[in-house]
Design a protein around this ligand. Structure first.
Ligand code: F3S
Length: 411
């Protein structure tokens, strides 16, 4: 996040925006320093994107939580806002750089932990729920059809727009926090119905089932149409986990914040004339491009985006009575982990020697260079494991990754 000193607000930015008296008071500093700075960010963004006004938001989800990404400049920014800043709507956090309770078991240093805790403290002081997950919709931050929100995690943004029918742009960390403090966001982009219409019909030429294949579909679509909004047809009853995987992948490889899917997206769209077909060959090519030849994982990492309760159940049943023979990280929100504990699902997982990594993930934790190759079912994790952490990658189905964790063989 940028230091406050580098942000210079120009008073003429607000001339073309219709602000309420309450919003003007925030901008004039009558509601404190944090509200003023936050309103300046929102008004500047609104001016850049031609928003006529701000729109109240039902909830906020803030990314940029890991100290590994924020550094001291980001921490300073948060601490300066936390002096008098308070969020005014439900606000949750993206994963942090460590499990906030069991960071030592994940090999996170004490120096990093001290800084990460300071980041979380600043958020909590402002009233943010430190849920630390990229699947907020599993733990109580689940907006409904047509509701305006300001979320920043790209996979969650695509899921919110496409599966839940909520309306959000992909916010940066500072603009999401500003929206949380002011309870509003500029009305542009994905908040407007005309920008949510499909632009290309994408027909699926073969049946796909696994989360890895849905990740490959997102990559294949992104590679072909970039950030255009697709209307995906021909997918048969996808499960929630497959939609989670597709949301993460399509946002990563294509940059779109939304897709329409026949039978899934609860919002109507025009049917565009332009169309493409994703063939069996396209899916196979996408999967092949996410597999580094000959690399054998020394880490299996599942939960990108964070695991659902159903996925935890599956892991528990496969790992019951077994031991992992490869280091295994299972990334999950603390909320879903608690549910797994209450249902007696977590015990078999812990007994297997697999590490349950709450509040964090294999990408945002400070683990660059720690392993040679990560095995995962996630196309998004593949992208960032290579780009950020310099790992080689094997992408396989969820079941195949579990099997590898306990046998070191691809079945
Ligand atoms: Fe979530 Fe980390 Fe993946 S934040 S979407 S598990 S990169």
């Amino acid at each position: 996040m940028p230091a406050l000193s580098v942000f210079h607000f120009k008073t003429d930015w607000c001339e073309n925006m219709d602000l309420t008296s309450q919003e003007k008071e925030m901008l004039d500093g009558k509601r404190g320093h944090a509200a003023k700075k936050s309103m300046e960010i929102l008004v500047a963004l609104g001016a850049i994107f031609g928003a006529a006004r701000l729109v109240p938001v039902k909830s906020v989800q803030i990314a940029g939580v890991s100290y590994d990404n924020l550094g001291d400049a980001g921490l300073e920014y948060l601490e300066s806002l936390s002096k008098d800043g308070k969020v005014t709507v439900k606000t949750t956090l993206n994963p942090a750089g460590m499990d906030l309770e069991n960071y030592k078991s994940l090999g996170i240093s004490e120096d990093f932990a001290i800084k990460q805790k300071e980041v979380i403290s600043a958020f909590v002081k402002m009233g943010v729920d430190a849920s630390c997950t990229c699947t907020p919709y599993y733990v109580g931050n689940k907006p409904g059809l047509g509701e305006h929100v300001a979320w920043s995690e790209s996979s969650a943004v695509a899921y919110a727009n496409s599966v839940l029918g909520a309306r959000t742009n992909r916010e940066g960390g500072p603009s999401a926090l500003a929206a949380a403090i002011c309870g509003r966001t500029p009305m542009y982009g994905m908040h407007l119905a005309e920008n949510r219409q499909a632009q290309v019909v994408v027909k699926l030429g073969r049946a796909i089932k696994t989360t890895a294949e849905f990740g490959a579909l997102g990559k294949a679509i992104g590679d072909k149409i970039g950030n255009k909004i697709p209307l995906i047809v021909g997918v048969k009853k996808p499960g929630g986990e497959c939609l989670k995987s597709l949301s993460a992948s399509i946002a990563t490889y294509g940059g779109t914040s939304m897709f329409h899917m026949e039978g899934v997206t609860p919002e109507k769209t025009i049917v565009p004339k332009a169309g493409i077909i994703i063939t069996e060959k396209d899916i196979a090519a996408a999967l092949a491009s996410m597999n580094d030849d000959g690399a054998e994982p020394d880490l299996i990492a599942l939960g990108c985006p964070h695991l659902s309760l159903g996925e935890m159940e599956k892991i528990s049943s496969v790992f019951a009575g077994k031991k992992v023979v490869v280091e295994t990280w299972l990334c999950v929100s603390r909320g879903v982990y608690k549910q797994a504990c209450e249902l007696g699902i977590a015990e078999a997982i812990t007994a297997s020697g697999a590490k349950i990594a709450c509040d964090t993930c294999m990408v945002v934790a400070p683990v660059a260079g720690r392993w040679k190759c990560v095995g995962t079912d996630s196309a998004k994790s593949c992208y960032y494991s290579r780009a950020k952490n310099k790992f080689k990658v094997r992408v396989a189905s969820f079941d195949a990754c579990l099997s590898y964790a306990i046998s070191k063989r691809w079945d």
